[in-house]
Design a protein around this ligand. Structure first.
Ligand code: SF4
Length: 340
């Protein structure tokens, strides 16, 4: 199966189901994934500055710690000036990509988002702006693009309609999520999608549909990470995703999508002290250190035991560079476009 993955970058449905059902030998799998990432991206790991600018969300996804029904969440919004200050600090630290992430917060109208994107581009024209602010109309996505945003992250979370319904309330729909992703691609964004690994009710069959959906979408970035439980959700009693299974999925994705950017997500680091390094060695090639003000970080509480909550941006950068080097790679702060 590994030889076929390496040569064709694909597997049959039956082979993928076997991959998801049976433990694979990790050393040759990770070595093959590492060889592919080095063939396309060398030893570079791209660093993106993450700014979590609002934790207010109108949605109620059952797995999410900042869902609207969590009355214990301490809510915050950064002001435009605070967001720009994060970018300025990030720029001085060398970052050339800023990722603006938030819940679906109606306060941030399209005009406000466009003004923020334009202001960042005016202040730092050599930087890329990535948005991760959820499901919007095609017109909204076009307006953000016209303002200067060029990348958009929107995980599909599951491509299986029955599984989707178990993770999300009735007012949300998989059809709309998919519509958003294809609209973003049609406009010209570099699109990132992905899913949680080990989310409640996930099965080998739902994972198969995730892979096939990603093949249809052909995203520039694929973000995956182990599901981590949050106590203030309906899934409080559900077990988290499994680290080694999640690492094998990263390696599988690297081998199936050799040109994609694959982040070593914070969820890996939250599950294991060296989770990011392990994900890098399994084929990931992006990290997103946090540039948000330390005072609000703990409130962007998507899941429990999230790491790096108290570290200043400069510390995050230094720490991340050391971790990347210890894993055998080289940190790069350049814009770092996807090869897809
Ligand atoms: S996962 Fe995203 S859309 Fe869903 S509740 Fe959390 S922040 Fe909102």
């Amino acid at each position: 199966m590994l030889d076929k993955l390496i040569t064709t970058h694909d597997l049959s449905d039956a082979e993928l189901l076997r991959f998801f059902s049976e433990p694979q030998e990790e050393a040759p799998l990770f070595a093959a994934a590492d060889a592919v990432r080095r063939e396309y991206y060398g030893d570079e790991v791209y660093m993106r500055g993450l700014i979590e600018f609002t934790n207010i969300c109108k949605n109620d996804c059952y797995y999410c710690g900042i869902r609207r029904s969590n009355s214990h969440a301490v809510r915050y919004r950064l002001t435009d000036a605070e967001i720009l200050a994060c970018c300025d600090e990030g720029y001085d630290l060398g970052y050339r990509t800023f990722v603006l992430q938030g819940g679906e917060d109606g306060f941030f109208t399209d005009d406000k988002i466009c003004a923020i994107v334009s202001a960042i581009k005016a202040a730092h024209p050599d930087c890329a702006v990535t948005l991760s602010i959820g499901e919007k109309s095609r017109e909204s996505y076009q307006a953000y693009y016209d303002a200067g945003a060029r990348r958009y992250l929107l995980r599909h979370e599951t491509a299986d309609p029955v599984h989707y319904r178990k993770l999300h309330p009735a007012e949300m729909s998989l059809e709309n999520r998919k519509r958003c992703l294809f609209d973003l691609k049609a406009i010209g964004y570099q699109v990132g999608s992905g899913f949680m690994i080990g989310s409640p009710y996930q099965t080998p069959e739902t994972l198969l549909s995730d892979i096939r959906f990603l093949q249809a979408l052909c995203p520039a970035m694929i973000g995956v990470g182990p599901y981590i439980t949050h106590r203030e959700t309906p899934f409080a009693e559900m077990p988290p995703g499994e680290l080694h299974f999640s690492l094998r999925i990263v390696a599988l994705l690297r081998l199936m999508f050799p040109k994609a950017l694959i982040p070593a997500t914070t969820a890996f680091a939250s599950l294991h002290a060296e989770g990011r390094e392990l994900a890098l060695r399994a084929g990931a090639n992006v990290v997103m250190p946090n540039l948000s003000p330390v005072t609000v970080r703990k409130h962007y509480d998507l899941y429990e035991n999230k790491v790096c909550l108290g570290d200043e941006a400069a510390h995050c950068r230094g720490c991340m560079e050391r971790r990347i080097a210890s894993a055998g790679y080289r940190a790069v702060v350049a814009v770092g476009d996807s090869l897809v």
